[in-house]
Design a protein around this ligand. Structure first.
Ligand code: C2E
Ligand code: MG
Ligand code: MG
Ligand code: MG
Length: 299
């Protein structure tokens, strides 16, 4: 949110609020405004979930999609979750936003499934902060019941750092999710403090190879080796692997050859507004690629 702080600083300057002498003060003021706007964002209907398809390498079938949060911030246009999720985490707003995201994603999953067609799994990002609330598991169960979303239609994405937390709360929550029948994915795999032992200690179904690795796979032999190693470890341990941020045919070919099962990336589709998901073709190849007009991805 440094950008928005600067933007705000400039705007304030033009409006004549020049008594902010220190950048820090300006930034604090900008954050305060961001926070108070974010606080009202849910009630005002400014949040929206986009869905990015996940595609099987083998036959190009759409297996599901990842729910990605968008905020239409008044006066700023579309703002990226990379900017406002950290603010939501710091301020504790993530609890309410996370609940909204989950309800929304479960509603979508219930709408898209249960009509006898192929299963469409919706992946939802959970922030580490959400695990600090004691009621997380009950909240999830309640939302599943309310929305009629079956657990097998939902996958949670968590990051590696969460698993390094010695606290039992995380382990308990993950075990409970597993019991309910939800699946768990490790997001941005490889970028955190990887302790490979956690792959055996926690009930993990899916690894998502971070896009920073995927994007170097065809240009940097070391990254290529690393990704091959990740794929072989996950094959041994029985994890599904999703490659994030697949942008080129060369990357897709490499990943496919070395046994990656699922692709997610601009090569197949950008994140799409909810209404576009039901009309997606069942099979999505780079040639049938879905392009949408510019949204937050262009930032
Ligand atoms: P993430 O979970 O790793 O999501 C993947 C990000 O990569 C998304 O960015 C997606 O739009 C982008 N991406 C997908 N394919 C490509 C590609 O081919 N090339 C490139 N360059 N990028 C690609 P997005 O939507 O801006 O989200 C950023 C991050 O914000 C997410 O990273 C996630 O950590 C967080 N986030 C998004 N929605 C939520 C949410 O509902 N809750 C929480 N807690 N975090 C969220
Ligand atoms: Mg994710
Ligand atoms: Mg990711
Ligand atoms: Mg990532």
């Amino acid at each position: 949110y440094a950008d928005s702080a600067m933007y705000l600083a400039k705007r304030s300057g033009r409006r004549g609020f020049r008594f902010y002498t220190h950048d820090l003060t300006v930034e604090a003021a900008a954050n305060l405004q961001l926070e108070s706007q974010l606080r009202r964002a849910i009630d005002r209907g400014e949040l929206e979930l986009y869905y990015q398809p996940q595609v099987a390498f083998r036959d190009a079938e759409v297996l599901g999609s990842e729910a990605l949060l968008r905020w239409h911030r008044p006066g700023f246009g579309f703002i990226s979750p990379e900017q406002f999720i950290p603010v939501a985490e710091e301020t504790g707003l993530i609890a309410e936003i996370g609940r909204w995201v989950l309800r929304e994603a479960c509603r979508a999953a219930a709408e898209w499934n249960g009509r006898g067609g192929p299963v469409h799994v919706v992946a939802v990002n959970l922030s580490a902060r959400q695990f600090q609330s004691r009621g997380l598991v009950q909240m999830v169960e309640k939302i599943l019941a309310e929305t009629g979303c079956r657990p097998e239609w939902l996958e949670f994405e968590i990051t590696e750092s969460l698993l390094l937390d010695d606290d039992d709360t995380v382990a308990h929550a993950l075990a409970a999710f597993k019991r309910i029948g939800l699946s768990i994915a490790i997001d941005d795999f490889g970028t955190g403090y990887s302790a490979l032992s956690y792959l055996t200690r926690f009930p993990i179904d899916t690894l998502k190879i971070d896009r920073s690795f995927v994007q170097k796979v065809t240009t940097d032999p070391r990254h290529a080796e690393l990704v091959k190693a990740i794929l072989s470890i996950s094959r041994c341990l029985g994890h599904r692997v999703v490659a994030e941020g697949v942008e080129t045919m060369e990357q897709a070919a490499f990943l496919n050859v070395y046994g990656c099962e699922i692709a997610q990336g601009f090569l197949y589709s950008r994140p799409l507004p909810k209404r576009e998901i039901p009309s997606l073709p069942r099979y999505l190849t780079p040639h049938s690629k879905v392009d949408t007009p510019v949204d937050a991805e262009s930032t």
